[in-house]
Design a protein around this ligand. Structure first.
Ligand SMILES: Cc1cc2nc3c(=O)[nH]c(=O)nc-3n(C[C@H](O)[C@H](O)[C@H](O)COP(=O)(O)OP(=O)(O)OC[C@H]3O[C@@H](n4cnc5c(N)ncnc54)[C@H](O)[C@@H]3O)c2cc1C
Length: 343
């Protein structure tokens, strides 16, 4: 398809230029404690050739617009950058059309800058040959990933936010299984941690401190009545984090940072590890762009099961029937639990 008939693609670019001296060397990014960077992996070096077009008296440059024909770097094409009016400093909209055989900019892009060029013809004014050495950043900084926020990958928040609180108790576990208690709007999960220690996590939409939430589970509260709490209460939430994409230029999100639904199926670590394995595979194969698909593939089963269970949890018809159904259909319940464990 030629540049003339192709549909343009538009990207919002927020460019931050950092000026460094000639002897500057990139520091070890993983050593920057506050950056939350787990890995900084140098990718293959890319050769970019770009020819910039402008009027003889550089009207586009003066109007903060850029028109170029670029090859190399994975985004070959005609690129027109125009100042955006969204208020972000340095924000520009980049409109891209595919390359064609012509050396003349596509008419569609020239029309967009007519107000700046005022009909004056544009011509090549500069050609740049650049070597780019991108570094892939793997962001694994958890549920409220600041890297995800910086990359503006957050999607709108959940309609029914849920939160989790957990505390440990000094008491011998009374079972070697994870025990789950359900109340009307919350669940409590008891995990044997050591010979004399259990972890209790309470999940739900309600507000309030740990003790008031525990009150929704009288049988459990009674069991823990004489047990000494160990350490403080740790909280997390809102649990659901909707994320638009896992890949943003050279930044790849993994684990809770890449999106999370809920802890009610008692998993998260296994899915995060599966995502990490998929990510490493994509990086090793030099196929960063494939990670989104790979992430969806390894996360699908767990996300479907968790979404389904959460949906039932919020349904006034189904929620009170989940535990009785599990009691009545133990094989089905076991099979679902096994699927979750294997997801
Ligand atoms: C109440 C509750 C119970 C759960 N129970 C289970 C369970 O039983 N089994 C299970 O498999 N999963 C469970 N999960 C889910 C599981 O905890 C997560 O899915 C898993 O921890 C995700 O791992 P992660 O490495 O992506 O994120 P995290 O474990 O959150 O790790 C992110 C790390 O990044 C660090 N970090 C963040 N920002 C920065 C920064 N700027 N600089 C440096 N470091 C930074 C954080 O300190 C943290 O150490 C539960 C979750 C909750 C909320």
């Amino acid at each position: 398809m030629s540049g003339a008939d192709a549909a343009p693609e538009t990207f919002r670019e927020v460019e931050r230029k950092l000026r460094v001296h000639a002897l500057y060397r990139l520091p070890d990014l993983t050593a920057l404690a506050s950056a939350g960077i787990a890995e900084a992996l140098p990718g293959p070096s890319l050769a970019l050739d770009a020819t910039y077009y402008d009027t003889g008296d550089l009207r586009l440059a003066r109007g903060r617009a850029t028109l170029r024909r670029r090859k190399g770097g994975g985004d070959d094409g005609w690129h027109l950058k125009l100042p955006s009016d969204d208020g972000a400093a340095g924000a520009r909209d980049e409109i891209r059309l595919p390359l064609d055989d012509s050396d003349s900019p596509p008419e569609a892009l020239l029309q967009l800058v007519l107000g700046i060029t005022r009909g004056t013809a544009v011509e090549p004014v500069a050609t740049l040959h650049t070597e780019r050495r991108p570094i892939d950043l793997v962001a694994a900084d958890g549920l409220h990933s600041s890297i995800r926020r910086a990359c503006t990958l957050d999607a709108p928040p959940a309609r029914h936010p849920r939160f989790g609180l957990r505390r440990h108790y000094r008491i011998a576990p009374w079972t070697d299984l994870v025990e789950v208690y359900w109340s009307l709007g919350a669940e409590a999960y008891v995990t044997p941690v050591a010979d004399d220690l259990v972890g209790v996590a309470v999940l739900g939409a309600s507000s309030g401190d740990f003790d008031s939430r525990l009150a929704a589970f009288p049988a459990l509260r009674e069991r823990l009545a004489a047990a000494e709490p160990v350490g403080g209460v740790r909280g997390a939430g809102p649990l659901r984090q909707n994320v638009r994409h896992r890949v943003c230029a050279s930044v790849l999100l993994v684990g809770d940072a890449s999106g999370y639904i809920d802890a009610l199926t008692g998993e998260g670590i296994s899915v995060s590890l599966a995502q990490a394995a998929a990510l490493v595979e994509c990086l090793q194969a030099g196929r960063v762009a494939d990670y989104e698909y790979a992430w969806r593939r390894v996360s699908r089963k767990s996300r479907l099961l968790t979404t389904g269970l959460l949906w039932s949890r919020h349904s006034s018809l189904l929620a009170p029937r989940i535990v009785p159904a599990a009691q009545y259909l133990p094989r089905l319940f076991t099979s679902i639990v096994n699927h979750v464990a294997a997801a």
